[in-house]
Design a protein around this ligand. Sequence first.
Ligand code: MG
Ligand code: ZN
Length: 195
Amino acid sequence: MTSAPSPPSPLRSPRRALFVDRDGTLNPDLHYLKDADRLELFRGVGDSLALAHDHGYLVICVTNQSGIERGLYGPDDVDRIHARLNERLRPFHAAVDAFYYCPHAPGSECACRKPGTALFEQARDDWAIDFGSSAVIGDRALDVEAGRRLGLLTAHVTPFGHRHEGEQELVDRGVVPDLRSDSFPLAVYRVLARG
Ligand SMILES: [Mg+2]
Ligand SMILES: [Zn+2]
C-alpha cells in the first residue's frame, strides 16, 4: 500500500533514494502507534533529511504496520501519522517523498513485509530509482536484510539507549550492515559521505 504524491515520469533518468524505516528510526517506537498527536521525531531527523534532499536523494519511507491486520488501527490512522510526520518536517524544509507500508501480520507470507522487498521494488518502479546508488537506514535487522537483498548500501541505527538490543539482533540473525550508527543524523551523514 502506498500514499504518495504523483510520481514523476518514468522516462526520467534513474535516481538515487534514501530508504528509511519509520518506527525506531525517524521516531521513537511507541509500539502500534495509532494517534498522530503522539508522534515525535528523533533529534536531527529534519535537518538530516533536508541534507539528503540537497544531495539529490529521494526520501522514501518503507514501514511494517502489522497493527492494521491485527485490528489495532486502520489505514486512515497510518495516513494521518504520515501526514503529521511531514508536517513536523516542514519547518526544516524536509519531507518524506513517499510512504509505503505493509499492513500484514508476521506469518501472513506476503511479499511486502520487510525483510520482503516488494515495497522497495514498487518504489523503484514508481520513482525510477537506481538501487545501486541508493541506501537504506533502519533500526532492525530486517531493514538491513531487505537492503542486502536489493544491493543497497545498508546503515543500521540503534536509538539512544537501545544499542545492546540492536547489536544483538544483528548477531542473532547473522546480518552485517555496511554502516553502524547510534543516531539517525550520523547515519545519514555517513551515507552521504559514501555517495
Ligand atoms: Mg523500526
Ligand atoms: Zn505485507
